[in-house]
Write a protein of this length. Structure first.
Length: 563
């Protein structure tokens, strides 16, 4: 089963979360969706990658909402045996004073056009391990600092060891965000200078060699967003001076501080120190990262989304008819210009009906196909400002009295993000308060499948982050594949994607959001069908054509992997 993947050297792509498919809840949000799209495109393009992640048997969580919009979190258990094949390899990672054994599963991403990409799921739920250690790979982003650092040790140290044990030849290591930065320490253990070449006091670790092997993609535009651990905790978990053959920490503290930061182990700093190629996920984000970490060259490879995954069935059929080959070569979508308006409208109406039906099933709320749907769904956290749309509910209702529109919302808050949970409850309340004036629904348990329906079935895709905190954002790109224009704050990808009145509209706060909705967006929707169709096509021919993960992976291949 594994043999077909061992024939050639592969790029090892490490990510704490990967959205493999909607039935497998091993992702929390955009980072995991991006990782999944990365691998789906790698499979389509037959790029030699192997992905490494945790099995996350209890997923992120399943979100239920109580009558007041309170978020109830349920484990999202899944059975790896149903989707993946157990692999024989088992490796030890020393944590605190004991060996934690790490096993592995193989999940294969299969492209519709024949390509395949292997994903290794790391699993500590083995009989050899103490009960608490069996849960290290259970809860995605669960627990406290100690739990998270143990997870990162399993991912970084365990992941490299498992790839070796399975017989993979690795041509490069790609860290998707800092969670997997510890893999660099594991590599340093293997690449040392011969003792005879060292002068007294010199470090034996061949840092330049490891840097040549590693690539790092950062996704966080602010210092506070980066994972950091106190060295006291790091030393305790790494069993400093443990002496066993499994010992995870061959370094003294001073050496580690040089690589990972003076006061705390900063995973971004560590990844930067050990990677020859570093990139941000949008132009503005790369510039900000370069300013945050002077001395490092941070390139920009803008994110993209997987064409087939994020295109609704009605649009897949439409593109197949008019621009055959589009999902393998999304550049062809530039030619979608010639699709008759009526066919674009019909494809959109089919996607809109699918969303309306799902809203009815989930909430009992009946939306109309005749009025535009304003869609907004994301991780509910303060910087995404989900409440901005409801700054002045009276004004919203007044705008809707002139020209009706509808609102659909969704999103989970991290279980420890109290502010995020407050926002979920607030939005839930706002939708109820608008009842009878602006039809509005808050859908529970935002996930990949719901995102597919929402980004395709809405008429306008809204995004209101607090600039410059959105590194990229990707849901607006998904909307673009379905001819849905964005109404968004100029931040992240939208700085590059927005051409005013051509691909959508920019806003800079609540006031301009209301003004554009009232004076530009709704009058166009109701008054100028041909103008609206032009805008729908603009989203496809200018944005989907570029913000896709095929273009992104071709760039990673030529600029990062082959260097
Ligand atoms: C695309 C997606 C995201 C990320 O969307 P942003 O626009 O980056 O906020 C988060 N969650 C799910 C389920 C998604 O499909």
């Amino acid at each position: 089963m594994l043999d077909e993947f061992l024939q050639e050297a592969r790029v090892a792509y490490f990510s704490m979360e990967i959205a493999l498919r909607s039935e497998i809840p091993t992702y929390a949000g955009g980072l995991g969706i991006l990782a999944g799209d990365t691998l789906r495109s790698a499979a389509d393009l037959s790029l030699p990658l192997v992905a490494v992640t945790l099995v996350s048997r209890a997923g992120y969580f399943r979100q239920e909402l109580d009558a007041e919009g309170g978020q109830i979190e349920h484990p999202a258990l899944w059975d790896p045996a149903r989707w993946a094949a157990p692999l024989g390899a088992k490796v030890g990672v020393r944590i605190e004073d004991r060996a934690v054994w790490v096993g592995a599963w193989l999940y294969v991403i299969e492209s519709d056009i024949g390509g395949r990409a292997p994903v290794i799921l790391l699993d500590t739920d083995l009989a050899e391990n103490a009960p608490a250690d069996r849960e290290i790979t259970h809860y995605l982003y669960g627990g406290d600092d100690r739990y998270r650092l143990m997870q990162q040790m399993v991912l970084g140290l365990g992941g490299v060891r498992v790839l070796r044990a399975l017989g993979f030849e690795v041509s490069a290591y790609h860290m998707n965000e800092g969670h997997s930065a510890l893999l660099g320490l594991e590599l340093l253990r293997h690449f040392t200078y011969p003792a005879s070449e060292l002068r007294a006091g010199e470090s034996p670790y061949d840092v330049p060699r490891v840097r040549q092997l590693c690539r790092f993609t950062t996704h966080t535009p602010v210092e506070a967003g980066h994972d950091r651990f106190p060295y006291e905790l790091v030393q305790r978990l790494f069993c400093d001076g443990g002496g066993s053959g499994l010992s995870a920490m061959p370094f003294d503290l001073a050496e580690l501080q040089q690589l990972g930061g003076r006061h705390e182990l900063n995973m971004t700093q560590l990844a930067l120190s050990l990677s020859a190629f570093v990139n941000g996920v949008a132009k503005r984000h790369a510039e900000m990262s370069a300013r945050m970490y002077p001395g490092y060259l941070v390139r920009a490879i803008p994110n993209g989304v997987h064409p087939y995954t994020w295109t609704a069935p009605s649009f897949r059929a439409l593109y197949d008819r008019h621009v055959a080959g589009w999902c393998h070569e999304p550049e062809l979508l530039g030619r979608a210009e010639r699709i008759p308006d009526a066919e674009i409208r019909a494809a959109h109406l089919a996607a809109k009906h699918a969303l309306i039906e799902r809203v009815r099933q989930l909430t009992g709320i009946e939306l109309s196909p005749d009025a535009p749907i304003l869609g907004f769904a994301r991780r509910m956290t303060a910087y995404k400002r989900p409440g901005l749309l409801f700054t002045d509910p009276g004004r919203l209702a007044a705008i809707a009295r002139q020209r009706p529109f509808q609102i659909v919302l969704a999103g989970k808050a991290h279980p420890r993000d109290e502010e995020g949970k407050r926002l979920v409850a607030q939005l839930h309340r706002e939708t109820r308060a608008l009842a009878g004036r602006v039809p509005a629904a808050y859908l529970p348990d935002y996930d990949l499948a719901l995102a597919q329906l929402l980004t395709a079935g809405s008429d306008i895709w809204l995004n209101t982050p607090l600039a410059p905190l959105e590194a990229s954002g990707t849901s607006g790109m998904k909307a673009a594949f379905n001819a849905v224009p964005s109404l968004s704050i100029l931040d992240g990808w939208w700085i590059e994607g927005c051409i005013e009145n051509v691909t959508g509209w920019s806003i800079d706060g609540a006031e301009s959001l209301y003004d554009k909705l009232e004076h530009t967006v709704l009058p166009l929707y109701y008054g100028e069908p041909a103008g609206w169709a032009r805008l729908m096509k603009g989203a496809v021919t200018i944005n989907a054509v570029y913000f896709n993960s095929h273009r992104m992976m071709r760039r990673y291949a030529t600029e990062a992997y082959l260097r």
